[in-house]
Design a protein around this ligand. Sequence first.
Ligand SMILES: [Zn+2]
Length: 169
Amino acid sequence: MSTFLTETGTDSNVTTVSNEAAREKFQTYLAKKGLRVTEQRLAIFEAAFGQKEHFTAEQLLDHARAIDDSVSRATVYRTLPIMTEASLVREVDIGKNLKYYLPNADNNPQVAQVICMDCDKIFEISAPFMEWYGNTVSSKLGLTPVSQRLQVSAHCNALKQTGTCKNLN
Ligand SMILES: [Zn+2]
């Protein structure tokens, strides 16, 4: 359980999928869906995979337009679910009206989030125990798990103690 509570991407046990492989997967997935591989869709893909932090659909639109200014809002909103479905992007619902996304650049499907309610920072942590836990409790009930999620809402210690935090702009 050496991967317990390490931030994703920093663990050497996690295989990183190259952008090349991800791009290929995206193109294959579009073809499978009968959709054309357009410059705009590729710009959205590149914009999404260039992000290190969580982003909203509107932020993705800005990033994609910086690459190709002909990208429309509608195309972004249509392409995001396709990337999510293809497991290229992970959707993070933190219970607000806004959905956040993050490129799924590592091969670890079991990821949990710790959310700072004060600073709105979302920390992604690998959570291999979740798979074990989901399988164990489901099999006792004669069920096979399809998905599971773990989210921890938290208050910021640094903010409480010092009145400021590096995650606050
Ligand atoms: Zn904070």
